[in-house]
Design a protein around this ligand. Structure first.
Ligand code: GLU
Length: 593
């Protein structure tokens, strides 16, 4: 989110008075070139927080944790301690890539039909499921920060929460994106006193340019800093979370009307107490001499990006027309999404994941692509037992929300963090935990409410303690064993296609990283029509339509990515969105002169 360039510089300085002027001034650009470390996020205040940690000698993990905590303040509708995410870390010294799965997990008592209305046996409407206690999983963000700081950081979690607490206390400027996100959620937010108080002061969204403070969240961060994460997972904050889930604090004086009953959930303190992050091995795929590391299950990001790249590798995209390259892109993602929807969930076996990421499988799927004609969508998933080109069975697309945020950080030693974090929908489940200042996630609505695969099993149905499938795709790419690119994005299931499209733009289509980020986007996730931004539809629609592709309704924006390219000898190009979601903020420790 960015205000206007001039104004943002001024207000960011005021809001983050603890940070030197240079940090704030640098933070309002969407591209920064230099060395010594870099931070890219959607928000200048959060970027400035991370940069300051780097400047003071912290490493990429320290900066990522401090930045994430700051995003919990300034991007509260996308991320925070009420949510979860996936953290990918490149260790420059050991040349290894590790990950943290900080995904929310469902309660021990969660059953497969949690989102089926017992009254009529039908799945709840999405919004009915979302704004409820049923949708809330045990938040994983704080445990992720703690694990990352302990394993790879050089600062205590307590110290890394302080800058964010200061931002929450002092406040930050409300920009158009922030206000719009509240406006879009006004009916849901208006049902809960704590949410109303924070985000609908006087019954309406705060005006652009006003200062947004969150003293309750500042206190919560400080309490955690003082007492440790047990106060969240086993103590007073956890008890407040559980109370909010089990007894949604519905206002007796709501602002606006909400069309659905607000149902309680059954998340218990015992669920929070036994929550642990996991450290799955990253997914790995080779693409035109690059090594692409991604996030394994419960995210489908790594396998789906990897499968699509393997399919795309069968064609030299740099040697075909742009239309043909985009045709191959759309077909590769339709095929990969069919397989993802059919096979990938929290409990998918390693052997199936390995198969989906194999070159042989890519060959069995790529053979279906006809350069002259688009496949009829939805395409069926492949048959894992087939030995040749594998054909269709009925498949159905699955959608997720459009919220979330992403950050990319590197330090002077060459360590990298790529981290996507979320509370699922913009505004999560709309309940601010009373007295604690943060919104709860609705991550459990990422489960399929009922089976989507006909008579075949659905890998993403709810179950006790289960983590819902994600599309988050924090990705780190090495070239000849050295960092080349780190990138990620929000955007629900479109995350996968956004990450792929930036990669293809950069690697195959000859664009620079800032160009690859800014280029118009489209997403084919195995549904009848390609979902495209208007500029993409206009520019490439006729060529793709001539091949038989169809377009669904256009969407204003796909994704809000951040990325860093490593140019050798410590040089970096850090990038955020120039325009999408109001524009992001990239900064380097030492700008190139
Ligand atoms: N909950 C989604 C996922 O895990 C992310 C939501 C979004 O990016 O909008 O894939």
């Amino acid at each position: 989110m960015r205000f206007t360039l001039a104004l943002a510089t001024t207000v960011t300085l005021a809001a983050t008075f603890v940070f030197p002027a240079a940090a704030s001034a640098a933070a309002v650009s969407s591209t920064a070139v230099g060395y010594g470390g870099a931070v890219a996020t959607v928000d200048p205040t959060a970027t400035a927080v991370g940069l300051e940690v780097l400047r003071k000698g912290g490493n990429a993990v320290d900066a990522a944790v401090a930045t994430a905590a700051a995003l919990g303040v300034t991007e509260p509708f996308s991320a925070g301690i009420g949510g979860g995410g996936f953290f990918v870390y490149y260790d420059a010294k050991h040349k290894t890539v590790s990950t943290i799965d900080g995904r929310e997990s469902g309660p021990a008592t969660m059953t497969e039909n949690i989102f089926v209305d017992p009254a009529d046996g039908l799945p709840y409407d999405f919004q009915e499921a979302r704004v409820s206690g049923l949708s809330v999983g045990t938040p994983g963000s704080l445990a992720t920060w703690e694990a990352a700081a302990k394993k790879w950081g050089t600062r205590s979690l307590s110290s890394l929460l302080q800058p964010a607490a200061a931002v929450a206390d002092k406040g930050f400027p409300v920009d158009a994106t922030f206000r719009q996100q509240i406006t879009d959620n006004a009916a849901a937010f208006g049902q809960f006193d704590a949410t109303k108080k924070l985000y609908l002061p006087g019954g309406a969204p705060p005006v652009v340019g006003s200062t947004q403070r969150n003293p309750d969240l500042a206190d919560t961060y400080r309490l955690i800093a003082k007492r440790g994460t047990d106060v969240f997972y086993k103590g007073a904050v956890g008890a407040d979370i559980v109370r909010t889930v089990q007894h949604p604090p519905v206002s007796s004086t709501p602002v606006g009307t909400w069309a659905y009953p607000i149902r309680p959930g059954d998340l218990r303190l015992s669920d929070l107490a036994k929550y642990r992050v996991n450290f799955p091995a990253p997914t790995r795929s080779d693409y035109r001499g690059l090594t692409v590391y991604g996030m394994s299950t419960p995210s489908s990001g790594g396998t789906t990006v990897g499968e699509a790249l393997n399919i795309l590798e069968k064609t030299d995209l740099s040697k075909v027309s742009t239309t043909q390259a985009l045709h191959q892109y759309a077909e590769s993602t339709a095929l990969s999404f069919a397989d993802r929807n059919r096979y990938v969930g929290a409990y998918t076996s390693q052997s199936v994941l390995k198969k989906l990421l194999s070159d042989r499988w890519a060959g069995q799927r790529a053979c279906q692509i006809d350069p002259a004609h688009a496949l009829v969508k939805p395409v069926p998933p492949g048959d894992l037992n087939a030995t040749g080109c594998t054909p269709a069975k009925a498949g159905a697309p699955v959608e997720e929300g459009q919220s979330t945020t992403n950050l990319t950080v590197t330090d002077r030693w060459g360590n990298i963090v790529e981290y996507t974090l979320t509370i699922e929908q913009t505004g999560g489940n709309a309940m601010v935990v009373p007295g604690r200042g943060f919104l709860l996630n609705n991550e459990l609505t990422d489960f399929n409410f009922t089976g989507t695969q006909g008579t075949a099993p659905d890998p993403n149905l709810p179950g006790p303690n289960k983590r819902p499938r994600s599309s988050m795709s924090p990705t780190i790419v090495l070239k000849h064993g050295k960092p080349f690119l780190a990138l990620g994005s929000p955007g629900g299931a479109t995350i996968i296609t956004t990450v792929l499209q930036i990669l293809i733009n950069r690697v195959d289509l000859g664009l620079t990283l800032p160009q690859a980020m800014a280029a118009p986007r489209a997403s084919q996730r195995n549904s009848a029509g390609i979902q495209a931004e208007p500029a993409f539809h206009q520019q490439y629609g006729p060529g793709l339509e001539a091949l038989g592709h169809t377009f669904g309704p256009d969407v204003a924006e796909l994704g809000a990515a951040t990325a860093i390219e490593f140019t050798g000898y410590g040089g970096v190009i850090a990038t955020a969105e120039p325009v999408r979601r109001g524009g992001g903020s990239a900064a380097v420790v030492k700008p190139q002169r």
